[in-house]
Design a protein around this ligand. Structure first.
Ligand SMILES: *[C@@H]1O[C@H](CO)[C@@H](O)[C@H](O)[C@H]1NC(C)=O
Ligand SMILES: *[C@@H]1O[C@H](CO)[C@@H](O)[C@H](O)[C@H]1NC(C)=O
Ligand SMILES: *[C@@H]1O[C@H](CO)[C@@H](O)[C@H](O)[C@H]1NC(C)=O
Ligand SMILES: *[C@@H]1O[C@H](CO)[C@@H](O)[C@H](O)[C@H]1NC(C)=O
Ligand SMILES: *[C@@H]1O[C@H](CO)[C@@H](O)[C@H](O)[C@H]1NC(C)=O
Ligand SMILES: *[C@@H]1O[C@H](CO)[C@@H](O)[C@H](O)[C@H]1NC(C)=O
Ligand SMILES: *[C@@H]1O[C@H](CO)[C@@H](O)[C@H](O)[C@H]1NC(C)=O
Length: 820
């Protein structure tokens, strides 16, 4: 019993090892250039499958409690080593011996309690060292030999001082020290000594620290590239005093604000006064939650070149004379009015977005202004646009999208001739489609009029836009016949978006001038046929979106004529007819899946709206079987027909005679008999019939009136009709003259058979048979019914001898005259 258990234990152990090995071997190569990922596999060693040429190794979330020399094979090409959260406690002296060329080492989230003196120091080429969340309590780490170090990230630790170890003075390329989320509460002048002696241009990140006090002068004469003190102070008061203590600092980018809500929701007028003591170029104020700012917010920013405010609520802004401001970004600020800035000669970019129904009175006299973004403000403008942009001749970019409504003047963009980008999407502007309002914009490259409640009725809507590359007019409408001329002369156009425009038909001439068109978006229309594609000459087209239309099928000639460079073809969510008759089309879809952005969304038409059937799942094979079946069936049908024809030929008389029967049956039974007897005979026996039969019967007393087809049939009437009408119907009796010739003549046989069955159907079997010459019994069988008839009924036999002739004529006359 125990033995078995042990065995099973062994077995499980082996399986575990195998699984682990399997995982290890399964490290995935992310990119060609030697980037491997073994992340999150709880590995305890570096898999042997990693080639020595590996340059980047992501070994995060594994299990390497002690880093020592044997952990790493020789990976001298390795540049980036990510050991995030690998449970590393110990780093021995020779730990990185085999990976000594690493330039980036990430040790985030390891509870490192011991680092050998030379542990990190052997990484002479290290540029970037990440020691986030490693339980560090000071910056006195053993890395004095890392003179190439540029970036040190010791965020989320317990460091209490920004004081750098003195040896860092020698780190000549050092450029970034990240101390976010540590326990720094006090900054003294001495703490920045090393920083001051370094070459400068360093980024210092102190965000999310509980700074209480900064000793004034701590930053005097420091030159920083960037200082991030967002949420770096324990309170707004500490921030106000802290900012003042930054006196004398020179910094490129100053980032302040808060991640969390302050207790106070309003700032005091003098809260940002400290900024007047700092020399900075770019100012960023980011709030996560609303904070009311005073109207003096810009007072100490007159020297800034770039100002960004997010979520600092400013109700009113005092006018400020900026001296070198190039960019102003105000986002989500609950503004009531867009600042009436004028005469800022340096301003190039003006962005005020995300305010609610803000008032805009225009911008004046800004010769450098190139970029204006007033989107997402829900504002209403009357008499746009040049009235709002006076003496701003260099504007290239105006974004007025996502506003409420904008009314355009007659020449809305006069004086703004250099415009390159114009975006009005989701703003009601109406009249662009009715007049050629954009004619002066010959440099315009990008025009977005999507969802602007336009109906394009004027063919000159886009007149003059010879540089236009991108035109978006989704969600609008077209008057009939406008489309054919709307895009005339847009010779530079590369992107055309006409999604959701209720288009049900396009013709090739709509696009005939668009030789450079690369993307054509026609999603969400009502197109059912794509015949315009068969002729359209769109040589540059690479992307064609036709999703959510009414396309059921695309004919082969269209598919064959698709533009050569087309690589994205979207026909998702169309009611494709998945039928065997469409086999070629569906086969085409299956073979060209790469062209479809989401082949799974190419769906078949189904009756139930909730059921989905993908075109690529359609079983084309079954169609081939069905086709084979059809071929076989039709071949059978052909064979059957041939067979039937052969039969029909073989038995043509029976057929004919059935026809005759049917016809005769329809004829009146009341017909008067105009002959006493109809004679059926072979024409080769005509001499006997004429000389003997006619002579003896017609000239006797009483005369018997015979019907002979040579003599009595109506000319021009079909023979069969004659047989029926004149012969059989018109005579009381039928005389059949049997001879060898008779048997051999198919016509005679036919007549006999018709007569026989006619009389049978009429109920009187008045056939008188004359055997003119002996016929072998076998031969009589050839004539349907004759053999039987001869057996059952008496017949007259012609012998040619005068005595018996006498009796023959008497009997024949009697038989003919007999009424029944
Ligand atoms: C990872 O491996 C270690 C040792 O091999 C083990 O103690 C730990 O439970 C494993 N963790 C998981 C999630 O498998
Ligand atoms: C670090 O630098 C010191 C002094 O230059 C040198 O003695 C020591 O060997 C170096 N350590 C390593 C691991 O290179
Ligand atoms: C932060 O530092 C203060 C002393 O400056 C100390 O009292 C406090 O315990 C430290 N906090 C943590 C989480 O270590
Ligand atoms: C700081 O960097 C900027 C741009 O990277 C450079 O123009 C400037 O000369 C640098 N200043 C110092 C002191 O290195
Ligand atoms: C702006 O710069 C000028 C000179 O460069 C200086 O005199 C003035 O104090 C500065 N203003 C502020 C608010 O920093
Ligand atoms: C205009 O602004 C909207 C909303 O802010 C943005 O999505 C769009 O990309 C902008 N247009 C251009 C051309 O930059
Ligand atoms: C099609 O693509 C090829 C390769 O990208 C390019 O050289 C060629 O000019 C394109 N043809 C057209 C008509 O744009």
């Amino acid at each position: 019993m125990t033995a078995i258990c042990t065995d099973r234990g062994m077995f499980l152990y082996v399986v575990l090892i195998l699984v682990q090995n399997g995982n290890g071997e399964g490290c995935t190569q992310i990119r060609k250039n030697g980037h491997y990922s073994c992340g999150g596999r709880n590995l305890t060693y570096i898999p042997t499958s990693i080639p020595s040429s590996v340059e980047m190794l992501d070994f995060s979330f594994n299990f390497l409690p002690t880093l020592q020399r044997t952990v790493f094979p020789q990976l001298y090409n390795l540049k980036l080593l990510d050991l995030t959260r690998c449970h590393i406690h110990h780093i021995t002296d020779d730990a990185f011996h085999n990976v000594k060329n690493v330039t980036t080492l990430i040790l985030t989230g390891n509870p490192i309690s011991y680092t050998g003196l030379d542990g990190l120091n052997s990484l002479h080429k290290l540029h970037r060292l990440v020691l986030v969340d490693t339980g560090l309590s000071s910056l006195n780490v053993q890395f004095s030999n890392l003179t190439e170090l540029r970036e040190l990230n010791v965020g989320t630790n317990n460091v209490q001082s920004v004081a750098l170890p003195p040896f860092m003075i020698n780190f000549r390329d050092f450029s970034s020290l990240d101390l976010h989320a540590n326990n720094i509460s006090i900054l003294r002048v001495n703490d920045t000594n090393v920083l001051r002696q370094m070459k400068g241009n360093i980024t210092l990140i102190l965000s999310r620290n509980p700074i209480l006090f900064i000793e004034p002068g701590a930053f005097q004469n420091l030159h920083l590239r960037e200082l991030n003190i967002r949420s770096a102070f324990i309170s707004l008061d500490a921030q106000r005093d802290g900012l003042k203590a930054l006196v004398g600092l020179n910094v490129g980018k100053l980032i302040i604000g808060s991640y969390r809500a302050h207790h106070a929701k309003t700032t005091e007028t003098n809260d940002l006064d400290g900024l007047c003591l700092i020399n900075y170029e770019e100012f960023y104020f980011y709030q996560n939650q609303w904070l009311d700012l005073s109207s003096h917010v810009f007072r100490c920013m007159v020297n800034a070149t770039k100002i960004t405010l997010k979520r600092g609520r400013i109700r009113v802004i005092e006018p400020v004379s900026f001296r070198q401001l190039k960019e102003l970004y105000i986002g989500k600020n609950g503004l009531e009015e867009i600042p009436q800035l004028s005469n800022i000669q340096s301003l190039e970019k003006f962005v005020v977005v995300d305010n609610d129904q803000v008032l805009f009175r225009g911008l004046r006299d800004m010769p450098s202004l190139r970029h204006v973004d007033l989107s997402r403000n829900l504002m209403s403008l009357r008499s746009c646009c040049f009235e709002y942009f006076r003496d701003t001749p260099n504007i290239r970019h105006i974004n007025l999208s996502l506003n409420a409504n904008i009314m355009l003047l007659a020449k809305p963009f006069s004086g703004l001739d250099l415009l390159e980008v114009l975006d009005f999407h989701h703003t009601e502007i109406g009249v662009v489609g009715q007049f050629g309002l954009l004619q002066n914009l010959k440099y315009l490259k990008y025009l977005d009029l999507s969802y602007t409640s336009n109906t394009f009725g004027s063919t000159s809507s886009f007149y003059g836009l010879t540089s236009l590359k991108v035109l978006k007019i989704a969600g609008n409408a077209f008057q009939k016949e406008t489309l054919g001329y709307l895009f005339e002369n847009l010779i530079a156009l590369e992107v055309l978006d006409m999604s959701n425009c209720d288009i049900d038909r396009l013709v090739w001439r709509d696009f005939r001038d668009l030789q450079r068109l690369q993307h054509l978006l026609l999603s969400q229309n009502r197109l059912m046929v794509l015949d315009f594609l068969a002729q359209t000459n769109l040589p540059s087209l690479t992307r064609l979106a036709l999703d959510q239309n009414g396309i059921t099928s695309i004919p082969q000639n269209t598919l064959q004529n698709l533009p050569k460079n087309l690589s994205i073809f979207d026909i998702s969510f169309n009611p494709i007819n998945c039928l065997c008759t469409q086999r070629d089309f569906i086969q085409w879809i299956i073979e060209h899946q790469k062209m479809f952005p989401k082949p799974h969304n190419v769906l078949c038409k189904t009756l139930q709206t909730d059921s989905k059937m993908r075109a690529i799942d359609f079983d084309v094979e079954s169609c081939i079987h069905a086709q084979i079946l059809t071929v076989v069936l039709s071949m059978c049908a052909v064979l059957l027909f041939v067979f039937a024809s052969v039969l029909a030929y073989r038995f043509q008389f029976y057929l004919r005679y059935s026809c005759v029967l049917l016809r005769g049956y329809r004829a009146s039974r009341q017909q008067e008999c105009s002959y006493d007897a109809f004679v059926i005979y072979s024409s080769k026996d005509e001499s006997w019939v004429m000389d003997e039969l006619v002579e003896n019967l017609e000239n006797g007393i009483p005369p018997i009136h015979l019907c002979l087809h040579v003599r009595d049939f109506e000319a021009g009437k079909a023979i069969t009709s004659n047989i029926i009408d004149e012969g059989i119907m018109g005579s009381r009796k039928i005389i059949v003259v049997i001879s060898k010739h008779f048997i051999e003549s198919s016509w005679c046989r036919f007549e006999f058979e018709v007569a026989q069955s006619w009389l049978v159907t009429q109920g009187n079997a008045n056939i008188i048979i004359i055997i003119l010459e002996d016929v072998e019994e076998e031969k009589t069988k050839k004539v349907f019914g004759l053999h039987k008839h001869l057996k059952k009924n008496t017949y007259l036999k012609w012998s040619g001898k005068p005595i018996s002739n006498m009796r023959f004529w008497i009997r024949l006359r009697k038989a003919v005259m007999m009424r029944n």
